[in-house]
Write a protein that binds this ligand. Structure first.
Ligand code: WQD
Length: 339
């Protein structure tokens, strides 16, 4: 029996991917250190799918733990979600980001090579683009990350490009996510940030459920429809579908593909607030605050290449993103229960 290794498989995107893999007939094995997730996610995955994937607890920088996993399980492909992803933390603790994200991925790739496993899907990010001076990105937009989180993603992409140049028998997909939001329709798994949410959607849903008193809107003087920041929000289920399509396209054929995963549309902060209020029936109090350093006014992707290469397009709109987020938040007002 062969497995798909999902590192970070109990995290927000990873857990939705594990559910999709099981439902598509694959056998995922999860490798996770629970640095940004909870064990209870495994129970939720089992409740949704009726199957409990094998779990190995470990850190992707631990070569021995990975070698033991590759010895125990016949791995066909690897989807790498494990990584630190808070922009602010990456600025205050760069060593942690370059160690965990970059060093960790290099260790993982080295072990894959040792076991002759050459199919790899990497969770990259739109933050590798930085601010090119325009708002609609595509895969040819220059790479110029402006924070250490984006820089760590760019560094890993460079490692993959150089690896493929030296060893063209690898089968690699670099998937650059725009703004993942939403939750599984069951409401059993969703985004559960540690502490105060950095990101907009989880903050809005925590205000709606009464966990936070008020949303801070970081700036309303941008050149956008209503002056607040605009982003390309993509439903986490669409994102997971994109990974399934990438897996099918890779199909162990030697190649390196790089694809933006976004909807091609954009939504401002206040538009998202209004959509969430309409869908939830809750009032979202907010106050206008100064701009957040490092923020770009607006960006979104041209989704053409994802459709051409993967046959993929996002199917879920903002209303569905709000509906599924709200169901998760109502069912889990304080997130996943503590262990
Ligand atoms: C969206 C908009 C804020 C919070 C980041 C990472 C990216 C990815 C997604 C990991 C902006 C505004 C936000 C709040 C606000 N992360 N905002 N009040 O910054 O586009 O992307 O998260 O993969 O890599 O860079 O997402 O949700 O933080 O912000 O007004 O409390 O909401 O100014 O305009 P961002 P975000």
């Amino acid at each position: 029996m062969s497995y798909i290794l999902v590192t970070g498989g109990t995290g927000y995107i990873g857990s939705h991917m594990v559910v999709k893999l099981i439902e598509a007939g694959y056998s995922p094995v999860i490798f996770d250190n629970f640095s940004n997730s909870k064990r209870t996610v495994l129970d939720r995955i089992e409740k949704i799918t009726g199957k409990r994937p094998p779990l190995v607890v470990g850190d992707i920088r631990d070569e021995k733990a990975l070698e033991d996993l590759f010895t125990q399980y016949k791995i066909d492909s690897v989807i790498n979600f494990a990584g630190r992803k808070a922009v602010g933390e990456s600025e205050s603790d760069p060593l942690l980001y370059f160690s965990y994200n970059v060093e960790g991925t290099i260790v993982l790739l080295r072990v894959m090579k040792k076991f002759n496993v050459k199919e790899f899907i990497f969770s990259s990010s739109a933050t590798v683009y930085g601010d090119p001076g325009y708002d609609e990105f595509d895969e040819s937009t220059p790479l110029a990350p402006i924070n250490n989180y984006g820089l760590s993603k760019w560094m890993i992409e460079e490692v993959l490009r150089k690896l493929f140049r030296a060893e063209p028998d690898w089968s690699i997909a670099i998937l650059r996510y725009f703004n993942p939001v939403g939750a599984h329709e069951s409401g059993l798994i969703g985004e559960d940030p540690n502490g105060i949410p950095n990101n907009l959607m989880p903050f809005i849903s925590q205000v709606a459920v009464g966990r936070r008193p008020c949303l801070k809107v970081f700036g309303n003087d941008y050149e956008t429809r209503d002056g607040t920041g605009a982003r390309d929000y993509i439903h986490v289920e669409d994102l997971a579908d994109g990974h399934l399509d990438a897996l099918r396209v890779l199909n162990h054929k030697p190649q390196l593909i790089t694809v933006n995963l976004g909807t091609g549309s954009n939504t401002t902060v206040l538009e998202l607030v209004k959509a969430f209020e309409k869908m939830s029936g809750r009032n979202i109090p907010y106050e206008i605050c100064p701009r957040r350093p490092g923020d770009k006014a607006a960006y979104w992707t041209n989704p053409t290449l994802a459709h051409e290469l993967l046959g993929w397009t996002a199917k879920r709109g903002i209303e569905k993103m709000c509906e599924d987020t709200w169901r998760w938040q109502m069912m889990n007002p304080n997130g996943y229960p503590d262990e």
